[in-house]
Design a protein around this ligand. Structure first.
Ligand code: ZN
Length: 270
């Protein structure tokens, strides 16, 4: 046992656990592939903690992490988390963090605009998942690009989603994941003011000592992630190589969006 965050703890980001017959999303990981990944983590002696626990320890809280620790996170609140992921997590004694977009919850009522991205969890299922020991985190109300919102809407997105989850679940919601991983200094400030102790971005790198707890980087797991790549990045090897394309895209696009926001070319709802 050594004190966190040495060695760095990989934070993995999943979305749907579904096969190509059920979804067109290239981010969806088929159940058999997900089972193989968890099987590998188990056999290789990995432990799991929630993102909240990792953030607490990184923030100087009490506790130590086992040598091989990984954080499993799931974005959006797809129904297959309950049906596919949870039984597998339970089989291996693993925990996870699920970031729920409150406006997308299946029985949250009609959406003001747009559609849910798939079959989503119901409020009862979110509560069941929380009761099973999975951390529930916030992921906004309507999944906007938070860094493009005017302050008032930004504040509302962050505060209402956190309060909704806490009221429904009767437990604190200590953190969030930014939709699309996008944040800015203003977004991080509002997240902290809303009471969030930490937040996950994407970044496709590892948290290091000194990493901003309101911008914890995660590693994207997708359908095309091979078992060899999965083994390498969970062992903190070859990460820049495996994710070089993602990182270039994220950085380039962040610059485009910052420029657009500065020029006032981003309209509400973009
Ligand atoms: Zn999302």
């Amino acid at each position: 046992m050594i004190a966190a965050p040495r060695p760095p703890v990989p934070i993995l980001m999943y979305h749907e656990i579904a096969g190509p017959a059920d979804t067109g999303s290239h981010l969806a990981v088929p159940p058999s592939q997900f089972a193989a990944q968890l099987g590998y983590l188990h056999d290789a002696g990995f432990h799991t903690v929630t993102a909240g626990t990792l953030a607490e320890i990184m923030n100087g809280g009490a506790g130590r992490l086992p040598d091989r620790t990984v954080v499993l996170t799931f974005d959006d609140g797809f129904e297959d988390f309950h049906r596919q992921a949870l039984p597998l997590l339970e089989r291996y004694g693993f925990t996870a963090t699920l970031y729920v977009t409150t406006g997308w919850v299946q029985d949250a009522g009609p959406l003001p605009a747009g559609q849910r991205p798939g079959r989503m969890l119901s409020w009862d299922q979110v509560a069941e998942v929380a009761d099973a020991g999975v951390e529930i985190g916030a992921h906004s109300q309507l999944h906007p690009q938070l860094d493009q919102l005017p302050r008032r809407r930004l504040r509302e997105e962050l505060r209402v989603s956190k309060a909704d989850l806490e009221d429904r679940l009767g437990r604190p919601v200590p953190g969030l994941a930014y939709p699309f991983g996008y944040s800015s200094a203003a977004v991080r400030e509002e997240a902290r003011d809303a009471g969030h102790g930490y937040a996950c971005a994407v970044g496709n790198t590892l948290p290091r000592p000194g990493t901003d707890p309101l911008a914890l980087p995660r590693l994207t797991v997708r359908r095309s992630t091979s078992m060899a790549a999965f083994r390498q990045f969970t062992n903190s090897r070859n990460i820049p190589m495996i994710f070089c394309k993602d990182r270039a895209l994220t950085k380039g696009y962040a610059m485009v969006r910052r420029t657009r926001a500065a020029l006032g070319q981003v309209r509400r709802g973009d």
